[in-house]
Design a protein around this ligand. Structure first.
Ligand code: NAD
Ligand code: TDX
Length: 360
């Protein structure tokens, strides 16, 4: 049975990936999820699978090399899927230090632990061991409004402390592949959306605020463009790259779904109106009048757009969920998980996992 070590599996994409993997492989795999449970980590995201015999949660910081090495010593890890990171650009502008610690030093700890567990005396690696580093399109910088795409060969040009820290971590992974022939891949994905996304990010923030009649903050002129991908398509891409991709290669993941932020907000408002039943008091609250233009984000990248040609041609990946369906699935999920949103915004989930962790 193949054993996966997933870092950051209690976060948005990591928890969706764990759900995806158990749905696909069921009892054919074992997953160990290591997560520090920062504000963004939430064990409630994994409630459905936490009792599985082939799932283990370990609360640890990826910067803690002893704790990480212990996991490798006690388990024969076949795959590492490395999600753990500080992920919010606005937070990185206010407090860059933790981004460097977790995203750069934490990645180095993960690389060293895997290298030491997998390396043979002759400097080669045990067969069929693989490390996948989950990264972002933001490392490539910003595109002009009127054209161009990010390719795997596009030079790195990060602008925020977040993207600079992710670029540094990518470079470390590249250096391990080049120097040691360390068996790894890097994926650079565009903006994700879907269930379990923390409501500091644009889409869940707009859904949550609109349903409460709160202001919808639009940075700058609202015309910055992001390339949106449903999170389960990202999960599928990660798995396919790890199993079908060529080792030592980078793959961009994106579904050619570019939208201006203001367009996203209008789509959410229209979809909420359409999906809320007549007589629901929230129908009155959801309104374009909530749209509020605010000061622009510092260093705000204008446009991101991924060219996914390589992953399509080499790996056979393609996105399955178009934006129209994905946004409805996401809104439906938020309708059905009002408590999740309340807990996350009130901080109750911190108490939930503290209590739960103690009982394990
Ligand atoms: P998230 O913030 O929702 O989750 C991050 C998880 O990592 C949380 O569970 C958190 O507790 C954990 N974590 C943070 N610091 C840690 C540490 N020091 N030790 C152990 N665990 C720690 O992030 P996300 O949106 O799920 O992103 C996951 C990964 O995907 C990140 O590497 C991010 O850069 C990348 N990515 C995200 C997007 C996106 O649109 N969200 C797009 C492309 C790539
Ligand atoms: O309130 C808001 N108003 C607004 O106009 C927020 C939170 C955002 N925005 C804008 C900023 C961006 O142009 O919306 C766009 C999307 O913002 P975020 O959701 O913060 O995402 P972004 O900055 O694009 O970064 C995301 O995608 C790439 C993730 O947070 C990263 O982890 C990922 O690597």
């Amino acid at each position: 049975m193949r054993t996966y070590l997933v870092t950051g599996g209690a976060g948005f994409i990591g928890s969706n990936y764990i759900h995806y993997m158990f749905k696909k492989y069921d009892n054919e795999i074992r997953i160990i999820n290591v997560d520090k449970l920062t504000y963004a980590g939430n064990l409630e995201n994994l409630k459905d699978i936490e009792d599985r015999e082939n799932y283990t949660f370990v609360k640890a910081d990826i910067c803690d090399s002893e704790a990480i090495m212990k996991i490798f010593d006690e388990n024969d890890i076949d795959r590492v899927v490395h999600f753990a990171a500080e992920s919010h650009v606005d937070r990185s502008i206010r407090n860059p230090e933790v981004f460097v610690k977790t995203n750069v030093l934490g990645t180095l700890v993960m690389l060293n632990a895997a290298k030491s567990a997998w390396e043979l005396p002759d400097g080669t690696f045990k067969p069929d061991k693989k490390f996948l580093h989950v990264s972002t399109d933001e490392v490539y910088g910003s595109l002009e409004e009127d054209g161009g795409f990010f390719y795997e060969t596009t030079p790195y040009d990060p602008h925020s402390p977040y993207s600079a820290s992710k670029a540094s971590s990518d470079m470390l992974v590249k250096s391990y592949m080049d120097t040691y022939k360390f068996p790894a891949n890097i994926t650079n994905c565009s903006n994700n959306y879907g269930p379990y996304q923390f409501p500091e990010k644009l889409i869940p923030l707009i859904i949550n605020n609109a349903l409460q009649g709160k202001k919808l903050p639009v940075y700058g002129d609202g015309k910055n463009v992001r390339d949106w991908l449903y999170v389960m398509d990202h999960a599928k891409g990660i798995d396919m790259v790890q199993e079908k991709g060529r080792l030592f290669e980078t793959y961009n993941i994106g579904g050619h779904n570019e939208k201006q932020n203001i367009q996203i907000i209008h789509i959410i408002l229209d979809t909420l109106q359409e999906m809320l039943p007549e007589g629901d008091p929230r129908k009155e609250l959801v309104s374009e009048n909530l749209i509020t233009y605010v000061e622009d984000r510092k260093g705000h990248d204008r446009r991101y757009a991924i060219a996914p040609d390589k992953i399509k041609e080499e790996v056979g990946w393609y996105p399955e969920t178009c934006f129209e369906d994905g946004i409805r699935l996401t809104i439906q999920w938020f309708f059905e998980h009002e408590d999740w949103m309340k807990n996350v915004t009130s901080g109750d989930y911190q108490k939930y996992y503290e209590a739960m962790y103690k009982t394990k």
